[in-house]
Write a protein that binds this ligand. Structure first.
Ligand SMILES: *[C@@H]1O[C@H](CO)[C@@H](O)[C@H](O)[C@H]1NC(C)=O
Ligand SMILES: *[C@@H]1O[C@H](CO)[C@@H](O)[C@H](O)[C@H]1NC(C)=O
Length: 609
């Protein structure tokens, strides 16, 4: 059996900054960084998760500006290498492919271009995320397009779909997948899970994981003869759902390797549940391509207590220079014909959707969590001080004083200095939420709401009403204290672990800001060595006071808020003695908050940069 020589941690500078063909026209030029090598094993994986429509890449961020076409080229080269070495490579995607970028959201119907672009990648195991299920038509689209596009490969272990015509309930896709790898003929049993999600539209049914593992089909599947179990899921690797699945499989299979691929919490993360199981989560927004490899005697005939496995993980920045580096290719040899055609499909779709249309020019960068809130560089302070007072206006209510509350999770991305485009609107605020209100709430009551919303998960400790669901998903991870501390020293450059190559002049290359991940395995997971990025915690909700009297307090106010947080607001009011219900909640401004924000920008920021 051809075992690859695994250089444990190599390093080299990913070439010099040279013209890199491919990526989208106008995308930021990729920048080089000191690199850590991929460690190949006998079974290797590339993993994407929570791409949220970013298949055109990050046009304003050089670290992540490769596109889905580049990933198609990358995977083709990596598969060719696996074939050459007699090992295997599988591609995995763990859901939330939609919502969050104009490439998916701007078309009517949504996803008009996305389905055909996405399916160009040959993904071996794929499952569903919660964002495929919030809106009934999105779940229909998933069932009509992506499920058949990946017929053999789509797995839905705990998800059913209800046919809109017949009303018939059926599995969204096959419950599990058993197959053999191409080169080594290793048997794989693969599952595809979604966390215990309850916010789905009524045309799907999510079965809680603890019930799924008791199903007869599952109990039979874990008794299949296999060399390895692969569990993919739209589930954070530290979440209880994965541990439930791990325990169920392990109970029946004390020695078999079990590999987990997770997502949902938008972070890079890895852990191991025991010495024969390993779990990786690969970030968000197509910033990251995850890598996992397993080495050792994988055949079940060779299983014994003493035979161990080695696992490796790497978080690959979606940076064209890095993709060149890992394949040993360059700008002219890297793009495949297929990859180029996918990049061209994306360019065409972006053109037809007019995604580069500029509403205005952002005078500076506004951060969600890289700058302190409140503060001049905080996107939330900008909303609170400038945008909300201007857009939260209802002529029939006149200048009635109002408290305007926005949940921070309603904003999904930073605004970069420069053109604020149609694409940016979907990136920053992909939701269809509208401003609603309850009129004439006694101020003594209304003023207490924000405090309750911002208490850490205390209105209702857990379940679907957890306060944290109003904040950005990245913060779920902080509460579980996984990562994202700001490293206090430059131990991410520990010389015993990595040696960034000096440039020609003998100096360390200047590091760009980016991921400096710490996970349960260590702090050497990122493929590119970066300067750490600050992370400041933000509250669940922010609040603007509008048209308040210059002195004294108003007797009553209109309580204005995004409709998404209605259940929390009603709960908070109840706790302070306000008996309000859904019937008291009325639209305050017509049109989505996203449109209001774009309108404000068009009016207030210079048109051209
Ligand atoms: C789902 O909800 C819609 C709208 O509320 C309703 O028309 C439809 O009958 C419901 N479908 C099912 C399967 O319950
Ligand atoms: C890329 O590599 C090929 C083959 O090694 C070489 O002939 C070519 O000059 C290189 N191109 C660039 C742009 O560096």
């Amino acid at each position: 059996m051809a075992l690859l020589k695994a250089a444990v941690i190599g390093s080299a500078c990913a070439a010099l900054a040279r013209m890199a063909a491919a990526a989208q026209p106008g995308a930021a030029r990729p920048v080089p960084a000191p690199m850590r090598d991929l460690v190949w094993g006998r079974l290797n994986f590339l993993h994407t998760t929570d791409t949220h429509g970013w298949h055109g890449g990050h046009l304003q961020e050089s670290q992540y500006s490769a596109d889905w076409g580049d990933y198609v080229s990358f995977a083709a080269h990596m598969r060719a290498r696996a074939d050459e070495d007699g090992v295997d490579l599988l591609l995995v995607d763990t859901g939330d492919r939609v919502e969050g970028n104009g490439l998916y959201d701007a078309s009517s119907p949504k996803g008009k271009y996305y389905y055909d672009i996405y399916k160009q990648q040959n993904v071996d195991i794929i499952c569903t995320g919660n964002h495929e299920l919030y809106v009934a038509s999105t779940a229909d689209g998933e069932h009509q397009h992506t499920v058949p596009n990946f017929k053999q490969n789509y797995v839905a272990s705990n998800l059913d779909y209800i046919d809109p015509k017949s009303g018939e309930r059926m599995p969204m896709a096959q419950r599990y997948r058993k197959f053999q790898t191409k080169n080594q003929k290793l048997d794989v049993v693969a599952f595809g899970f979604l966390f215990d999600f309850t916010g789905n539209a009524n045309n799907t049914v999510v079965q809680p994981v603890r019930e799924t593992v008791r199903e007869t089909w599952f109990q039979d599947a874990i008794r299949e003869e296999t060399d390895v179990f692969v569990v993919i899921g739209h589930v954070g690797v530290q979440m209880p759902e994965f541990k439930t699945i791990f325990r169920a499989i392990r109970k029946q299979n004390p020695l078999t390797p079990i590999l987990f691929f997770g997502g949902h919490v938008h972070i890079r993360d890895a852990t191991s549940y025991d010495s024969r199981s390993f779990a990786v989560a690969s970030g968000r927004y197509f910033e990251t391509i995850g890598w996992m490899s397993v080495d050792g005697e994988l055949e079940r005939t060779a299983l014994s207590e003493d035979a161990g496995f080695s696992f490796h993980r790497r978080y690959i920045d979606n940076n064209l220079l890095g993709l060149h580096y890992h394949t040993g290719l360059n700008a002219s040899t890297f793009p495949t014909e297929h990859g180029r055609s996918v990049s061209a499909m994306i360019t065409k779709a972006r053109g037809e959707l007019d995604l580069d249309y500029a509403f205005g020019c952002a005078p500076k960068t506004l951060w969600m969590s890289r700058a302190p809130y409140p503060g001049d560089d905080s996107i939330y302070s900008w909303l609170e001080k400038e945008v909300l007072p201007d857009v939260a206006v209802n002529p029939s209510r006149g200048d009635v004083p109002r408290l305007v509350i926005l949940n921070t999770g309603g904003i999904r991305f930073d605004i970069f200095k420069g053109a604020f485009t149609r694409d940016t609107t979907f990136i920053v605020s992909p939701f269809l939420s509208v401003l609603t209100h309850i009129p004439d709430v006694p101020y003594g009551m209304a003023r207490k709401v924000i405090k309750l919303l911002n208490s850490a998960g205390k209105i209702m400790e857990s379940g679907p009403m957890d306060n944290r669901f109003m904040a950005i998903p990245e913060q779920l991870a902080i509460h579980e204290s996984i990562i994202y501390e700001t490293p206090e020293s430059d131990d991410h450059l520990d010389a015993s672990q990595q040696k960034p190559l000096a440039d020609g002049a003998g100096k360390r290359p200047r590091l760009t800001e980016g991921y400096t991940t710490r996970d349960d395995i260590g702090n050497d997971g990122d493929d590119a060595v970066h300067q750490p990025v600050n992370f400041y915690v933000v509250p669940n909700c922010i609040q603007a006071e509008v048209d308040f009297p210059s002195d004294g307090e108003p007797e009553t106010v209109d309580l204005v808020f995004l409709d998404f947080i209605t259940p929390w607001v009603l709960m908070a009011l109840r706790l302070v003695g306000g008996e309000y219900s859904d019937k008291d909640v009325q639209v305050y401004v017509e049109g989505t908050f996203t449109d209001l924000m774009a309108g404000w920008i068009e009016k207030n920021w210079p048109k051209h940069c």
